[in-house]
Write a protein that binds this ligand. Structure first.
Ligand code: SAM
Length: 270
C-alpha cells in the first residue's frame, strides 16, 4: 500500500448517529418537544380528543390538532387493526400513549435505547410505566425482545448512521414484527426502499414474503409500510417514487447513498 493510501486509510471517515443518545433528553429532546411540538400540537391526548373513523380510515381531532406524523401512525394502526403494536425509539412515549387511548383493545408498548428517554416516557405516562423498556435496536437480535403484529418507528432510523447500524435496526424490526413494519421517518435520510429490498433479497429479513407500500396520512405525512401479505396501498419499487413531491436536500441524499454503499448483502453459499 502506498504511503498516501496508508495515511488515508488511517484517516478514513468515521460515520456517526446524529445525536449522542446518552444525553439526548437533556441536550435537546426535552427542549424540542416543548418548543417545537407541544407549542403547536396536541401531544398527549385525553379520552375524547382523538377519534378514528374505521369507514374512512381517518383520524380526527376535537380541538387542537396533532402533528401529521403522529396522526399517520394512529391511522396506520386504525386501518391495519393489529392486535399488538410496538414502537422502536419511543422517546417520550406519547405515540404509545395516544394509541392506547384511541385503540384501547390493542396492546401497545414502546422501547428506547436511552435510559433518560424511557424515564421521561414513564414520567409522562405513569399508568403505562411497565409497557416501556430499554432496547437498542442496533444490537444483535435478542430473544427477550417483544414481538408485535405491527412494529414502527418515528424519527429514529433517520438519525442512525453509524457503520451499518441502520441496516441492523431495520432487520431487527422485521424480526420483531409478525405482520407489518411501519417507518415514519424523513424519507431522504436513508434509501429506505432500496435498502429494505436489498436486506430482504439478501435474506436479512425473517419474512419469506415482503411488500413495500407508500402510506399517506390524511394530514400530509408520508411513511413506508412493509407487509408480509399483499395490501391495498400504492406499491413502491424505488426511493425516487417514494420521494416524489417531497423537498429535496442534496446533502441528505448524498449521505443516504454513502450509508447504502456500506451494506454488503453477500451471495448464497451452498
Ligand atoms: C428524534 S427522537 C424520536 C423519539 C420519538 N419517536 C418521538 O417521535 O418523539 C429519536 C429517538 O430514537 C432513540 N434511538 C436512537 N437510536 C436508537 C436505537 N438504536 N434503538 C432504540 N432507540 C433508539 C433515541 O434515544 C430517541 O429517543
Amino acid at each position: 500500500m502506498s504511503l498516501l493510501k496508508r495515511l488515508n486509510y488511517k484517516n478514513r471517515k468515521y460515520y456517526d448517529d446524529d445525536f449522542d443518545w446518552e444525553n439526548y433528553t437533556d441536550d435537546s429532546y426535552h427542549r424540542r418537544l416543548k418548543n417545537d411540538i407541544e407549542s403547536k400540537f396536541l401531544t398527549i391526548a385525553g379520552p375524547d380528543d382523538l377519534t378514528f373513523d374505521r369507514s374512512t380510515g381517518i383520524l380526527s381531532t376535537k380541538d387542537r390538532g396533532i402533528h401529521p406524523n403522529h396522526s399517520a401512525i394512529l391511522e396506520v394502526i386504525g386501518q391495519l387493526q393489529p392486535e399488538t403494536v410496538h414502537e422502536i425509539g419511543c422517546g417520550a412515549g406519547d405515540h404509545v400513549a395516544n394509541a392506547n387511548i384511541v385503540f384501547p383493545d390493542i396492546q401497545t408498548s414502546g422501547s428506547d435505547r436511552g435510559d433518560s428517554q424511557i424515564a421521561l416516557a414513564q414520567k409522562r405516562h405513569p399508568d403505562l410505566s411497565d409497557t416501556f423498556g430499554v432496547l437498542d435496536a442496533t444490537m444483535p437480535y435478542s430473544r427477550f425482545w417483544p414481538r408485535a403484529d405491527l412494529v414502527y418507528s418515528q424519527a429514529v432510523i433517520m438519525h442512525v448512521h453509524t457503520a451499518v447500524s441502520h441496516f441492523v435496526a431495520l432487520s431487527n424490526m422485521f424480526a420483531m414484527a409478525n405482520k407489518y413494519v411501519f417507518l415514519m421517518e424523513n424519507l431522504q435520510c436513508h434509501n429506505f426502499v432500496s435498502d429494505i429490498q436489498n436486506l430482504h433479497d439478501g435474506g436479512h429479513t425473517s419474512w419469506e414474503t415482503m411488500y413495500i407500500y407508500q402510506f399517506d396520512g390524511s394530514t400530509g405525512a408520508r411513511g413506508v409500510l412493509l407487509s408480509k401479505e399483499k395490501l391495498n396501498y400504492p406499491a413502491l419499487t424505488s426511493d425516487a417514487e417514494l420521494r416524489k413531491g417531497l423537498k429535496f436536500s442534496k446533502r441528505r441524499i448524498k449521505r443516504s447513498e454513502q450509508d447504502s454503499e456500506r451494506g454488503i448483502f453477500g451471495t448464497k453459499i451452498c
